[in-house]
Design a protein around this ligand. Structure first.
Ligand SMILES: [Zn+2]
Length: 177
């Protein structure tokens, strides 16, 4: 369905957007480089972002994500792989489509926790953020979360404030209502 294609592209954009600082500073390689290059070629928003990042080079580029060390970078790549081409992609993809249809007013977040994070800790973090697990954990310790309408940003910020959270991304599945 056409709607599914749009959501898929939105996920690709999220992942590419995260990787742009490394794309610009020339440290992306192999599949990641190919993926980002392909996406940027057809995404005006990312092209704009790349131009902006190039102006900030070399010192500003990584300031966005000061916690994103090389090790965590691998996790981000893993999430990208899950969203785009990994063996679990169909499940995650189905989840995103389904949550949009069943509850159009809820926000959706993708969160990746450090692999050492305990389940109890994950539950505590999600409860304090008012988030509910829709799917996960995946192999990369990624969760898809539902949060009540209008609280997506607050929940995302609460989770970002946790050391255990490696990546917090809104999946802006804007309903057309
Ligand atoms: Zn893009």
């Amino acid at each position: 369905m056409a709607g599914g294609v749009i959501r898929f592209d939105a996920a690709a954009h999220k992942v590419a957007d995260v990787l742009l600082p490394w794309f610009v500073n020339g440290t992306l390689k192999g599949e990641e480089l190919d993926f980002v290059q392909r996406h940027v070629d057809e995404c005006p928003r990312c092209q704009h972002e790349v131009a902006w990042l190039r102006e900030l080079q070399p010192r500003g580029a990584r300031r966005w994500w000061p916690w994103a060390t090389a090790a965590q970078f691998a996790v981000i790549i893993a999430l990208g792989t899950l969203l785009l081409s990994g063996p679990e992609a169909p499940a995650l993809y189905r989840t995103l489509g389904a949550s949009n249809a069943a509850a159009p007013t809820t926000g959706t977040l993708v969160v990746v926790f450090e692999s050492a994070t305990t389940e109890a800790e994950v539950r505590r973090i999600l409860r304090s953020a008012g988030a509910r697990i829709v799917d996960g954990p995946t192999q990369a310790n990624a969760y898809v979360l539902d949060v009540p309408s209008g609280q997506t940003e607050r929940a995302a910020q609460a989770i970002r404030g946790e050391r255990a959270a490696v990546l917090v991304e809104r999946l802006g599945l804007q309903s057309t209502r």
